[in-house]
Design a protein around this ligand. Sequence first.
Ligand code: NAD
Ligand code: MN
Length: 363
Amino acid sequence: MKRYRIATIPGDGIGKEVVPAGRQALEVLAARGSEFRFEFEDFDWGGDYYRRHGSMMPADGLEALKGKDAILFGSAGDPHIPDHITLWGLRLKICQGLDQYANVRPARILPGIDAPLKRCGPADLNWVIVRENTEGEYSGAGGRVHQGFPIEVATDLSVMTRAGTERIQRYAFRLAQSRPRKLLTVVTKSNAQRHAMVMWDEIAQEVAKDFPDVAWDKEMVDAMTARMVNRPASLDTIVATNLHADILSDLAAALAGSLGIGPTANIHPERVYPSMFEPIHGSAFDIMGKGIANPVGTFWTVVMMLEHLDEADAARRVMAAIEHATANPKLHTRDLGGSATTADVTEAVCAHIAAAKSPLAAA
Ligand code: NAD
Ligand code: MN
């Protein structure tokens, strides 16, 4: 019997509501005829931890994560703590500390979801966005001097390295190659940003030579927003810098129906360190504590975690349960125009997982 060691980090806000839902789905899955088990360890890091200890996570926190097979993460962000402290103190600390350089974000219109793009069918929006996750605009380089004086100066320096650029583009080309359409769009802004983004374009051209079967094109990030709305079917796999992909993937999730649905994997492809899986949404201060957060993003996140653990059958089983739930409007939460609660959706998804024929029973 295989055992996977999973760290759960609910974090803040609705992270504390959706991560337990995701864990419940994994527990039901393991209990029902699967050939694996999970050993969970929960970490109470986040805003409450900060109020007690003055930091979002302990100094040796990364060491505790290194022995895990995967991490299920909720959200970092507390209404009473500045956002740059919560984000850098927890999520970015883990992503950068465990070198999770490929942030992978699929988007598609699930059954039963009323998506805002009325001119396209569900099959026309089936994307996966690859986000550079360790450098670029979020490298953390920069500073502030003369704070509060009229001569104050503040800089956020975007740092892009050849190694960092090449590895993320290679990852994106490989992912595009593994998908049926073998189609990659490289997002850039090399007209205005004339140093790093020009290098980004040049490296894409070089890496493309190793993937002759992948059709690829280049799009400016501003034009890309319009193309996502007007010609969604012209896109499949997309690679972009840390900031560009951050923005484009929220747009992708909204176009597919809701921010509450989208999943993310922060992947360390070489598998020296564990990868981290999270819904794309944040703490959602406006609905936290009400029990109405959409857990679908977290369930889809769980699917990505299972795929990463090479449990393809189990991943398909959870995805089928998700699609069964979204197809039923009575199981739509408020963000989808319904009135279902987190618990309603979780119960339905878990029941479907439990009822599905296990691979063992089928054999
Ligand atoms: P958000 O994703 O928290 O919320 C944006 C809007 O979407 C809100 O109206 C919210 O109610 C809605 N929404 C999001 N997820 C939902 C769900 N599962 N079900 C139903 N509705 C949902 O983004 P924000 O308001 O920009 O940020 C709030 C806090 O979260 C900030 O502190 C921010 O820094 C943090 N944040 C953290 C992460 C992360 O840890 N990965 C990501 C984004 C934002
Ligand atoms: Mn974001």
